[in-house]
Design a protein around this ligand. Structure first.
Ligand SMILES: Cc1cc2nc3c(=O)[nH]c(=O)nc-3n(C[C@H](O)[C@H](O)[C@H](O)COP(=O)(O)O)c2cc1C
Ligand code: SF4
Ligand code: SF4
Length: 268
């Protein structure tokens, strides 16, 4: 089957997922590429048409070894007939555990047929210059692998007459998925250093859950914050921080123990 239109659907607060999906689409040399950006709260998605020649690439970051929770209901808004899908998770060089399998299952539940999957590495959301973890990734090597993956997907689909002949991809992970106790992160949130905040307003519209309001100071809805770090990475004065003693302990440990470079894995 000849893929004409590639749809990129992604949740990507710090944009590494988006970047890899664009690389995969480049490698596919599709006539049309369209984006469904599910990152911001007001996003509305339109149902997918079951059209011969379409493919969707669905991407999400890994949080605690699973698909970032905020992404799940947003991805579930997309409905499909048996459209072929490629699932992609981005993780910060520690591990992706059950996230790729979970994303494959979610995708199948809404009506797609997952035909390929990939786990790629992006700069860790909690990384900084002084506490690096996969800084600058995806880099040139990662992007070359993303394009090569795109080219392999095209070859796979060129070799089947129609979607009815395509096979569901096998993805790694545990069944049932390993349980994650998310409570230690639940009441933690990004904060603002008032002395260096200029009230410029950059952070508020970037927040995927609308947790930031600019008043006389920057006000954060602590219960809504998912610690995605989009506000932190984009604050021009460094006033926005995630600086919590328990989180710092965990992140320092992860940064110390997961420096060995991991490489993208593809399943096709
Ligand atoms: C709350 C939270 C939990 C995370 N958990 C993991 C994890 O379990 N393993 C990992 O390698 N990276 C983890 N990361 C890092 C992200 O997966 C990584 O930075 C990803 O590239 C972010 O994608 P984005 O740029 O599209 O937002 C976590 C990040 C956050 C904010
Ligand atoms: S982006 Fe930084 S400086 Fe601007 S309002 Fe937000 S916290 Fe303040
Ligand atoms: S307030 Fe929390 S959820 Fe919103 S952008 Fe900042 S870290 Fe992400």
């Amino acid at each position: 089957m000849n893929v004409k239109t590639v749809t990129l659907a992604y949740y990507s607060p710090t944009k590494t997922t988006q970047k890899i999906l664009q690389g995969i689409a480049e490698g596919m040399h599709a006539e049309n590429v369209r984006h469904i950006d599910l990152t911001l709260p007001e996003t509305q998605t339109t149902p997918q048409d079951e059209k011969e020649g379409d493919l969707i690439i669905i991407g999400a970051p890994v949080y605690e070894g699973r698909v970032a929770q905020t992404a799940i209901p947003r991805l579930q808004q997309i409905k499909a007939g048996k459209t072929p899908a490629v699932v992609v998770v981005l993780y910060g060089n520690r591990d992706y555990e059950d996230a790729l399998l979970e994303l494959g299952d979610l995708t199948e539940d809404v009506g797609f047929l997952p035909i390929a999957g990939g786990a790629f590495i992006g700069e860790h959301s909690f990384a900084s210059e002084t506490r690096p973890l996969a800084n600058g990734r995806p880099d040139d090597q990662d992007m070359a692998k993303a394009r090569e993956f795109g080219s392999n997907i095209r070859t796979k689909l060129d070799n089947v007459a129609s979607i009815d002949d395509a096979v569901r991809v096998e993805l790694p992970g545990n069944t049932p998925y390993i349980f994650r106790d998310r409570s230690p992160l639940a009441d933690r949130a990004a904060t603002t250093i008032e002395e260096t905040c200029t009230l410029c307003g950059t952070c508020a519209p970037l927040c995927p859950v609308g947790a930031i309001t600019i008043e006389d100071t920057v006000v954060t809805d602590n219960l809504a914050c998912t610690l995605c770090n989009a506000c932190v990475k984009n604050c021009p004065t460094g006033a926005r921080v995630v600086d919590d003693p328990m989180l710092n302990k965990i992140v320092n440990w992860v940064c110390k123990n997961y420096q060995a470079r991991r490489e993208p894995e593809i399943f096709i």
